[in-house]
Design a protein around this ligand. Structure first.
Ligand code: ZN
Length: 69
């Protein structure tokens, strides 16, 4: 059995915050869905495929280990 390594795509990931047991606000990374939102038209956000993982087999993730930019 091969261990598969994958990394949350840093292009479309989302970061949210949560409060831990000690009451501290901490960032939490959520994997994206392979799409990013681009601010295009006036007053409009356009959803488009993520340039990094959009054509991958596993949207939101990249194969192997990828260090954050
Ligand atoms: Zn991505």
């Amino acid at each position: 059995m091969t261990e598969s390594i994958r990394t949350v795509c840093h292009g479309c990931r989302q970061v949210t915050q949560y409060r831990d047991d000690a009451g501290s606000i901490r960032p939490m990374v959520l994997p994206g869905s392979g799409t990013v939102w681009a601010d295009r038209a006036p007053g409009g956000m356009v959803e488009q495929p993520c340039p990094e993982c959009g054509d991958g087999e596993d949207p939101g993730w990249l194969p192997g280990f990828v260090s954050p930019v």
